[in-house]
Write a protein that binds this ligand. Structure first.
Ligand code: SAH
Length: 354
């Protein structure tokens, strides 16, 4: 590593001298041998801290109804041409049972912010999945009233995924016409207080952002002390207000962000998020070799997949869950990484407790 980069690298995981925005800016610009070394170090820290096993979380996208109008999202309220669907609770439970039979330890339930799924209905769903499939359950259903999270926890919710999307207050306001930055962060506190493992993160390369925002996002995600950090590239959806904004030309930036997250957060779970495959065909595999240790195969029934298009070029829209489960096994074999068995709880705080 070039000598002047050694100090910023050293500070990445030191409490006495934490990294600065300038450190991260410098590390986001590394090239050539330095870049290869950055990736190798992230891979090594991942191996030592969380091991070679890759946790598999089957994701069921159970409703694309949404009452919000986030400027980047293909299923935002009022978006023309989106055919809406909502899986029946029994259909979701059946899919979770199927996930267990495919060997997954966790199921992730994701949707738009769909008011049909009241607190009672979500709790009922959680209880049924626990009773019939016995899996760890992650919810990713957006912002809920403060009291919901403890009720979800009591009904069996183990983890909750709610990205902060960007740490830049002004940018957050600009791209969320009906959402509030402080309200979003308050939800993360409430989720944690309810005893649920917390996942959050941000989109890399949002319009109107540059390396300065990315450096601050990396620091902010680290300050939140997350059990899981989920980040992926922003991919423009043509039918949204941000449709005209291309991805960053330098694709390495997206992967550098993951490597730096791993170096700063050795014990967090870091998924290879689906949007990386929309960026380049083997994007998710590359994330797993540059700090990632979680893979989230899509197990949404095939009839609904094409309708849950947060962004275009989403992979695997015409495959069923079984095909995705087999595909990930092959991908992991190529990477010489074993699939993890079991629930894959946070390694940060001990089993079953945040
Ligand atoms: N309604 C839930 C789930 C949202 S979808 C919630 O609000 O948490 C999950 C994530 O997809 C979002 O948090 C966002 O970061 C990401 N996403 C949405 N549109 C995207 C786009 N155009 N490109 C990349 N990621 C996108």
């Amino acid at each position: 590593m070039t000598p002047e980069l050694e100090q910023p690298l050293d500070r990445l995981n030191r409490n006495d001298r934490p990294p600065t925005e300038a450190d991260l800016r410098a590390l986001l610009e590394v090239q050539g041998d330095d870049l290869r070394e950055l990736y190798a170090r992230a891979d090594e820290v991942r191996r030592r801290a969380v091991g070679d096993e890759v946790h598999l979380r089957g994701i069921i996208e159970f409703s694309n109804y949404c009452h919000r109008r986030c400027d980047y999202c293909g299923i935002r309220a009022g978006s023309p041409g989106v055919k809406r669907y909502r899986m029946a609770p029994d259909e979701i439970v059946a899919q979770a049972v199927q996930a267990r039979d495919w060997g997954f330890g966790t199921v992730v339930l994701q949707s738009g912010e769909d008011p049909w799924f009241t607190t009672d209905r979500v709790c009922d769903l959680l209880e049924k999945i626990k009773a019939e499939a016995g899996l760890a359950v992650t919810l990713s259903i957006g912002e809920r009233p403060a009291d919901d999270y403890s009720r979800f926890r009591a009904a069996g919710c183990d983890r909750y995924l709610l990205r902060f999307e960007t740490s830049d207050r002004e940018l957050f306001a600009k791209i969320h016409p009906d959402d509030d930055y402080d309200g979003r962060l308050a939800c993360l506190d409430q989720i944690r207080a309810a005893g649920i493992q917390v996942g959050s993160g941000f989109m890399i390369g949002l319009p109107f952002s540059g390396l300065d925002v990315l450096a601050r996002d990396l620091l902010f995600a680290t300050q939140l002390d997350l059990d899981m950090i989920g980040c992926g590239p922003f991919i423009a959806h043509p039918d949204t207000p941000l449709g005209g904004h291309p991805a960053w030309a330098d694709r390495e930036i997206y992967f550098k962000a993951i490597a730096l997250l791993r170096l700063m957060n050795p014990l967090s779970h870091i998924p290879a998020t689906t949007a990386f495959d929309a960026l380049c065909p083997n994007g998710r595999d590359l994330v797993l070799t540059r700090g990632g240790n979680v893979f989230m195969p899509n197990i949404t029934p095939v009839a609904y997949r094409a309708l849950y298009q947060l962004y275009p070029n989403k992979p695997c829209v015409d495959e069923d869950g079984g095909a995705c489960a087999r595909c990930i096994v092959r991908r992991l074999e190529r990477l010489k990484r074993p699939p993890a068995r079991g629930r894959g709880d946070s390694v940060k705080r001990g089993k079953g407790n945040g």
